[in-house]
Design a binder for this molecule. Structure first.
Ligand SMILES: [Zn+2]
Length: 103
């Protein structure tokens, strides 16, 4: 079980939960909340394997920023960064710096 989760990275915990979000809306397929949705954010950090999660979320972030920025009621890029990297204790300044690099 342990090994399976490690190997599958994002797939492990996130896929099993069924709470997945995709381009272009980034709303959760299962609960309709902005993804990563509250159900995912409730998963204890020790089950998330940040080392596997960070590269995947960084990749998805780039697409999400492209899709979501500029929408009238949409989130700003730093908010999107904090949403996708919810498991990291990012400051506002750090989130802005990451958003700039992913543009
Ligand atoms: Zn969900």
């Amino acid at each position: 079980m342990q090994e399976w989760q490690t190997n599958s990275g994002l797939g492990g915990v996130l896929t099993v939960s069924g709470h997945l979000g995709y381009h272009p809306t980034w709303d959760c397929e299962r609960c309709g909340e902005p993804w990563p949705c509250p159900a995912l954010r409730d998963i204890p950090r020790h089950q998330l394997r940040p080392a596997a999660l960070i590269p995947v979320m960084a990749f998805l972030l780039r697409g999400a920023i492209r899709d979501l920025r500029g929408r009238a009621e949409g989130p700003e890029p730093p908010e999107i960064v904090r949403r996708f990297l919810w498991f990291l204790p990012l400051t506002e300044v750090e989130a802005r710096a990451i958003a700039r690099r992913l543009r």
